[in-house]
Design a protein around this ligand. Structure first.
Ligand SMILES: NC(=O)C1=CN([C@@H]2O[C@H](COP(=O)(O)OP(=O)(O)OC[C@H]3O[C@@H](n4cnc5c(N)ncnc54)[C@H](OP(=O)(O)O)[C@@H]3O)[C@@H](O)[C@H]2O)C=CC1
Ligand SMILES: O=C(O)[C@@H]1CCC=N1
Length: 295
């Protein structure tokens, strides 16, 4: 089986391995209820990823919203809809605070009376520090996470940092949840969170912009729009996979595309002239600074 070169069989083997790994995580989360305060874009991405992973049944997930379209969307994924934030906390073991940073204080003060010692609070809000969360909620069993939207398709990047009363078991459970929807870095220092937000939290948006712009370039060069968009998408996906799977420095991989006096180096010259690297670096820093402002 291992030596069978048939592509279909190989894929089946990989899927079995993932399923076994996730099975252990699934067992550790059995019977657990996961609530989301804030049924927005990031909560949706996490729930989509979790539903896909099979690690938690959608009926173990709860949320609430005053908007019918959000209720309908989460209900269509099998999520239980409750009346309000208080009910989410009362009915959940782990509560993910997934509202905008500016709303976190209001929401925590609202649910504070029903938070019990057995609750684990997880905040994904950018900029809001663990200490601030603890002051507002009166609860120290906290974990801060910075995820990103590719979690919806099982390719998320999430980092975690534990509050002072979070246990090893809490770390494992939250690590399993975010590990099921992508890669997770479990013990990142809180001082890194603004930089993480600037890089991986906001980062998908920079790449969506890049894909759109590359496709536009293809159209300008005469390609049909659908072919241009598909090629741009596959090129970004393939380049990311190459960096990840070869372990080579991106500079070395770039050099291997650029032939002497060829097409790529002509394009790179334009990118450098336009300040491509500096622009990307400044984008990460701008997002990190905004995250710092929010705290
Ligand atoms: N989007 C992303 O890529 C990422 C987001 N985050 C963090 O996740 C959090 C949510 O972001 P995102 O999902 O993009 O934002 P959204 O605005 O899409 O989601 C927030 C949701 O909370 C709802 N809401 C507002 N007030 C309340 C309230 N009092 N009680 C309950 N729900 C309420 C909002 O409803 P309404 O629309 O009516 O305001 C909205 O549906 C933010 O703190 C953000 O920093 C972290 C990583 C990545
Ligand atoms: O734009 C935002 O504020 C959120 C935080 C990280 C990604 N999106």
């Amino acid at each position: 089986m291992v030596y069978n070169k048939d592509t279909t069989e190989y894929i089946e083997m990989v899927q079995t391995a993932i399923t076994e790994e996730q099975m252990a995580a699934k067992l550790s989360l059995q019977g657990l209820k996961l609530g989301f305060i804030g049924a927005g874009n990031m909560a949706e991405s996490i729930v989509r990823g979790l539903t896909k992973s099979g690690i938690l049944s959608p009926s173990s997930i709860l949320t609430a919203s005053i908007f019918d379209d959000r209720v309908d969307l989460f209900r269509s994924m099998g999520v239980e809809i409750v009346k309000n934030n208080t009910q989410i906390v009362e009915r959940s073991d782990i509560v993910v605070v997934s509202v905008k940073p500016q709303i976190v204080k209001e929401v925590l003060l609202e649910v504070k009376p029903v938070i019990r010692p057995n609750h684990l609070l997880v905040s994904i809000a950018s900029g809001i520090k663990l200490k601030t969360m603890q002051d507002w909620s009166g609860h120290g069993r906290l974990i801060r996470v910075m995820p990103n939207t590719p979690s919806a398709v099982s390719h998320g990047a999430s980092v975690m940092c534990l509050g002072e009363e979070a246990t090893d078991d809490d770390r494992e459970k939250v690590g399993s949840i975010f590990g099921a929807i992508g890669k997770v870095w479990k013990d990142v220092k809180e001082e890194c969170f603004d930089g993480v937000t600037g890089l991986s939290g906001s980062g998908p948006a920079y790449i969506f912009l890049a894909i759109e712009a590359m496709a536009d370039g293809g159209v300008a060069a005469g390609l049909p729009r659908d072919l241009a968009l598909s090629l741009a998408t596959q090129t970004v996906y393939g380049a990311a996979a190459m960096v990840r799977e070869t372990g080579k420095h991106p500079g070395e991989l770039k050099d291997s595309v650029a032939s002497p006096s060829g097409t790529t180096i002509a394009a790179i010259r334009e990118l450098e002239r336009g300040g491509f690297r500096g622009v990307l670096m400044n984008a990460v820093i701008a997002s990190a600074n905004r995250s710092r402002d929010l705290s």
